[in-house]
Design a protein around this ligand. Structure first.
Ligand code: GLA
Length: 383
């Protein structure tokens, strides 16, 4: 039994005086390319990582949910018949939101006792929120034998985050946490919600580095970008920026306000980059993939304006090490993580540079996460 599992069982027994019946998990994610494209009906290429949120749980006979969070050392409880936002345990809002979305979709839920624990760093852009949501869906699914598929689980989790918690995210994070596949990234079409599993190439690794920068106002900046994209699509007379090719965009861009044109240019080009980079990956051309990652970062920095000086330094430092094929910020931006594509033998040198040189230049020591691609949410143990 893993030590995390043992801790969950021990804590469950101390909190609830019994043993848990189920252990469920849902992973965080890193996006390899395709940033700020999901809410424009575009393409993304994330992979699920080996860090996850876990719930050890047992059913209750009433309509209550009682949860102890090991990370926050805090107890929270609510009734399935009275789902309100809480300010005393904000992490509990993801569980409430999922219960709200599932019940809204007509599912009959069972109350439960649970201990929750996660090792997805919180607020770092690796989707600890989506992991919490999908772990909660998986808990309700296990207890109530609910018949919902993995896409529906992702959509209802996104609904929980959009309409209950109040963050207007796209579908990428919930989708990959739900449908991730070991050894593969997923090319997701955020309009059709279809996906293709893309095998990760041998001989290289994705190095995730957390800047440790946590910036406030991310939500308002994110919503502002969304609004600028919507304005661009409206002025271009298309349902979403997904519907414009780069060539057509360049022809029509002069009619757009400058800032809107700049934001839209990122999205339109990024969509093409995702498809190009997936073709490169399938052809075994990791060098071309790395180049696309570099271009994605430049575009996010200069056109979409969602980078941060520390992220720019990290990308620069990683790229300067031989064997680093490309690097970019990942996730919403403004802080959080970068991801670099590195030849296996060169990983230690890149990690060393990221820690030492970035600390020297910025005073911050990035936290490094090395992870392969993992499976999406599921039941680890249970009836
Ligand atoms: C956040 C959102 C995602 C996506 C990314 C940017 O992670 O939750 O839906 O928009 O930002 O690509």
């Amino acid at each position: 039994m893993s030590s995390r599992h043992a801790t969950l069982r021990r804590t469950f027994s101390a909190q609830f005086g019994a043993m848990p019946m189920w252990l469920v998990r849902a992973p965080g994610r890193v996006n390899l390319i395709g940033e700020h494209t999901d809410y424009n009906d575009g393409f993304v290429l994330p992979m699920a990582i080996d860090r996850d949120v876990r719930l050890a749980l047992a059913p209750r006979t009433d309509r209550q949910v009682h949860v102890f969070s090991l990370n926050f050392q805090q107890h929270d409880h609510f009734s399935l018949d009275d789902l309100q936002l809480t300010t005393t345990s904000p992490w509990g809002n993801y569980l409430r939101g999922v219960a709200w979305a599932l019940q809204g979709a007509g599912f009959e839920l069972t109350g439960f006792d649970a201990v929750m624990e996660g090792n997805v760093p919180i607020g770092s852009g690796l989707s600890s929120s989506a992991a919490t949501e999908l772990a909660t869906v998986t808990a309700f699914r296990a207890l109530g034998n609910l018949t919902l598929d993995a896409v529906q689980a992702a959509l209802l989790s996104q609904k929980a985050e959009n309409d209950f918690v109040g963050v207007k995210c796209g579908i990428m994070d919930q989708y990959i946490s739900s449908l991730g596949q070991a050894g593969h990234a997923l090319l997701i079409d955020c309009r059709s919600l279809g996906f293709e599993a893309v095998p990760l190439p041998a001989g290289v690794q994705f190095v995730i580095a957390d800047s440790t920068v946590r910036r406030g106002l991310v939500d308002s900046a994110y919503n502002e970008r969304r609004a600028q994209c919507e304005e661009g699509a409206r002025r271009l007379g298309v349902p979403a920026l997904r519907d414009v090719s780069l060539a057509e965009f360049e022809r029509r861009a002069p009619a757009l306000p400058d800032l809107v044109a700049q934001r839209c240019r990122h999205v339109v080009a990024e969509n093409e980059r995702v498809l190009h980079s997936v073709a490169a990956l399938r052809a075994g051309d990791v060098t071309a993939f790395g180049r696309d990652m570099d271009e994605s970062h430049t575009s996010l920095r200069d056109l979409y304006a969602v980078s941060h000086p520390v992220l720019d330094t990290m990308v620069e430092v990683a790229r300067a090490v031989p064997g680093c094929l490309g690097a970019r910020l990942t996730g919403a931006g403004f802080g959080g993580c970068t991801v670099s594509l590195v030849v296996n033998a060169c990983v230690p040198a890149v990690v060393d540079a990221l820690q030492r040189e970035v600390a020297r230049r910025t005073g911050l020591t990035p936290q490094i996460y090395l992870s392969g691609a993992e499976a999406g949410a599921g039941i680890i143990l249970g009836e």
